[in-house]
Design a protein. Structure first.
Length: 238
């Protein structure tokens, strides 16, 4: 079996990249799938969450892909164990240029969380158009999905988002409601699938289409990251 790599990305800050990444990773880990969570964000939110997990929690390997500090060896910190089956990558807001290409170069699936508001949709729409034009998404056989995040209960469907996705022939993969359960999970080093079932039942149900979509990916064509050490823009075997 090969490794599947999922990139969670949106140039807009606060869209829910870290929230989706940590819950995806913890679901796979809790289902006994060898999982690595890689964080490209210098804020290190995903790795901070990883460090706050209880010692007995399902194991997730952490890989730090943020730009290196002078005393750190990036290639060492980015190591992905070869047994990894699901690699989930959290990304910083505003990623573009070479960094974006490097991250896309690893991805089999790309998840774009977006807050349903006109400002966020405008920024995200431009990003997706750019990805389709310059990201060589089709040539690289990368699959894209959009997730509405922080959906207000008073407005479960947001027509401008649906219209935009329809125009691109894309479908909305999931709607995650604005809920304290995500905030509480992030604060306590767990994922929603590791919480008490009754406390997170609605959130789990809404998140499941994301898990199923990532799980459903056809076998990736190649092992793009496992067992290798990475430097920006070049790869060498471990
Ligand atoms: N569905 C949700 N319901 C309630 N709070 C949420 C939800 N999704 C995310 N949040 C909260 O919103 C804030 C931003 O979310 P998150 O950190 O996942 O976004 P991000 O895209 O990773 O942000 P950044 O661009 O800064 O990395 C966090 O405090 C998070 O706990
Ligand atoms: Mg984040």
């Amino acid at each position: 079996m090969r490794m599947n790599t999922t990139l969670v990305i949106n140039p807009k800050g606060g869209a829910g990249k870290t929230t989706v990444a940590i819950n995806l990773a913890s679901h796979f880990a809790a289902s006994n799938t060898a999982t690595t969570l890689m964080d490209y964000d210098p804020q290190g939110s995903s790795l901070h969450w990883l460090r706050s997990r209880a010692p007995g929690a399902a194991k997730i390997h952490g890989a730090n892909a943020a730009p290196p500090k002078p005393d750190r060896l990036r290639s060492f910190e980015m190591y992905v164990p070869p047994e990894t089956r699901q690699l989930v990558i959290d990304t910083p807001a505003g990623a573009s240029g070479l960094l974006l290409q490097e991250m896309l170069g690893r991805a089999h699936c790309v998840i774009i969380p977006v807050v349903p508001s006109s400002l966020d949709i405008h920024a995200t729409a431009n990003f997706i158009k750019d990805l389709l034009l310059k990201g060589r998404i089709r040539e690289r056989n990368i699959r894209l999905a959009v997730v509405a995040n922080r959906v207000r209960r008073s407005m479960p469907v947001y027509p401008p988002l649906e219209r935009f996705l329809n125009a691109l022939n894309m479908k909305l993969l999931a709607r995650l409601i604005d809920s304290d359960v995500y905030v509480h999970a992030a604060e306590t080093g767990v994922g929603i699938f590791e919480m008490d079932f009754p406390a997170s039942v609605a959130e789990r149900k809404q998140f499941m289409p994301i898990i199923d979509w990532v799980d459903d990916q056809q076998a990736p064509r190649d092992d793009r990251t496992a067992g290798t050490l990475y430097e920006l823009g070049r790869t060498r075997s471990a």
